[in-house]
Design a protein around this ligand. Structure first.
Ligand SMILES: *[C@@H]1O[C@H](CO)[C@@H](O)[C@H](O)[C@H]1NC(C)=O
Length: 302
């Protein structure tokens, strides 16, 4: 956005509700979900830190996921809470840019970390004898550092490209956060370059992760089917059941918002899916991993 004298310095987030009696309900729901996200993920991180038995690549990457979840909802939910409380729907240009930057960077990091976790399950189930060499400490750290840097650089490029465009008429964002696809739709200038950049970025990160997950799970399923005893099968599957749930939840919603043509579906649908992956999924991750997992439960009990 060229911020000159004539352009306002704030955007209006139209996604937040106008209806007075809904305000307090929204506030309460978002507040409770935010508290649950923070406490659930912090608990999971603490459990992994204090239990030496949980110091495996799977749980360390799960800590990465929890860290991302905490930051991810913190870039969005506090702003919604404050705006709902003071009944003001505006957001400054800088806040909007920062929100878009962190939202995109953390979202794509999460995407890749989930894929790395699928690869980790593949290594554990299909190559158990070589697991310690495939997922050794050095490789894990390089994977994590590489993922975080690529995603934060990628996001910086998109946000820089977008905020250079002139915004001629509309300072109204039909959404409750500054997120790339709905934001592009509010601009009146030619956004083809940005859309192409978005499709290449999202396509590359999303598709690579998606295929890594797909290939890992094809191998995992083939291996599990070959196991004779049903007990062995169950054991092998139980370690990737939680992960598979997270994959479906997360990829289902995100691919839907990012990889479809401009304005093919109403912004209402956009908003619903964004609420799912910005507010609900981060809250569910620790629950999904905590409930079925014996090691996690044992640590809590102790
Ligand atoms: C993320 O994962 C890497 C590699 O396993 C690990 O070294 C790092 O401590 C983790 N970071 C967090 C915040 O959990």
């Amino acid at each position: 956005m060229n911020i000159n004298q004539t352009s306002p310095k704030r955007f209006i987030l139209l996604g937040l509700s106008n209806v007075p009696y809904l305000q307090s309900i929204f506030f309460l729901v978002f507040f409770i979900m935010y508290i649950m996200t923070l406490s659930g993920n912090l608990l999971l991180i603490t459990l992994v830190r204090i239990n030496p038995k949980l110091q495996t690549p799977m749980y360390i990457f799960l800590c990465n996921l929890s860290t991302i979840d905490i930051c991810f909802s913190s870039t969005v939910v506090p702003k919604i809470l404050i705006n709902t409380l003071i009944m003001d729907k505006s957001i400054s240009v800088l806040e909007c840019a920062l929100q878009m930057y962190f939202h995109l960077a953390l979202g794509s990091t999460e995407c890749i970390i989930i894929a790395i976790m699928a690869y980790d399950r593949f290594a554990a189930i299909c190559r158990p004898l070589h697991y310690n060499t495939i997922m050794n400490k050095k490789i894990c750290v390089s994977l994590a550092v590489g993922t975080w840097s690529v995603c934060f650089i990628n996001s910086a490029i998109h946000v820089a490209l977008i905020f250079q465009l002139p915004n001629c008429n509309s300072y109204h964002v039909h959404h409750f956060l500054c997120e790339l696809p709905p934001f592009l739709r509010t601009l009146c200038s030619e956004t083809l370059v940005n859309e192409i950049a978005m499709y290449i970025g999202a396509g590359f990160i999303g598709m690579c992760s998606f295929f890594l997950i797909l290939i890992s799970y094809v191998h995992i399923i083939v291996t599990i089917l070959k196991i004779r005893s049903s007990q062995g099968r169950h054991k092998a599957f139980s370690t990737c059941g939680s992960h598979l749930t997270v994959v479906v939840l997360y990829y289902g919603t995100i691919l839907f918002v990012y990889l479809r043509p401009r304005s093919s579906i109403t912004s209402e649908t956009d908003k619903t899916f964004s609420i799912l992956y910005t507010v609900v999924t981060p809250m569910l991750n620790p629950i999904i991993y905590g409930i079925k997992n014996k090691d996690v439960k044992d640590t809590i009990r102790r």
